[in-house]
Structure formats: C-alpha cells, structure tokens
Design a protein. Structure first.
Length: 114
C-alpha cells in the first residue's frame, strides 16, 4: 500500500480539505513534489513548506486538530517562521496573532527548540 511505502498513517490522507490553491499563492503548483508515479496516475503533494504552512493555519483555525501533523513533520525554525508569516495573513481577526504565536511557542517547546 502507498501509505506504508511513504510511512504515513492511513488516516493522515483525507479528502476533507478546503481549497488550498487560492491561499497558497500563484506558484504553488510548480513547487509540488511527485510522491508516486505509475502507468496511469501521478500522485503529487504540495511542497514541504506549503504543507507546514497549511497545517499551522489549520491547527490554529480548527483548534489543534493538525498539531500532531506539524510535530511529525519536524519543521525547522526557519520553516516555522515562514509558516507563521503565512498563517498571520490568513485572518484579520484581532486575536488571531495571539493564537498563532501561542501555537508557534508550543510547537517550539514540543520540538525542543525552547
């Protein structure tokens, strides 16, 4: 099975996603990675940075359902900083920055950066 080959939990892949393309920017398709290529189908994934960005945004927006996915990806400090900037652009709510900073702080602690 493909999930075993790329070493991810079966429940990690889903089809319950909101359209990311509009939020990821104009060049997101050119940054995709091929993760499987067969005779009849090619499976691609968004770039690592775009995945981290979208997972952080989803974690903040959906009250941490994607938090463990971020930890599994083990983002670097620079990847987290980039994801933070991306996520802050996703909402104009007054308290959104507080939530984003809180999640970033917890992720850094859980990854041993702090």
């Amino acid at each position: 099975m493909l999930q075993k080959k790329i070493r991810i939990n079966e429940s990690w892949l889903n089809n319950k996603v909101s359209p990311l393309g509009k939020r990821l920017g104009k060049n997101w398709k050119s940054k995709c990675n091929i993760i499987f290529k067969g005779n009849a189908v090619t499976l691609k994934s968004i770039s690592r940075q775009d995945l981290i960005n979208s997972k952080l945004h989803a974690a903040v927006d959906r009250r941490s359902k994607d938090y463990n996915d971020i930890l599994w990806l083990k983002p670097t400090l620079s990847e987290l900083e980039f994801a933070k900037k991306y996520t802050l652009k996703q909402s104009e709510a007054e308290t959104f920055e507080v939530w984003v900073n809180g999640y970033i702080s917890e992720i850094k602690k859980d990854l041993g950066y702090e």
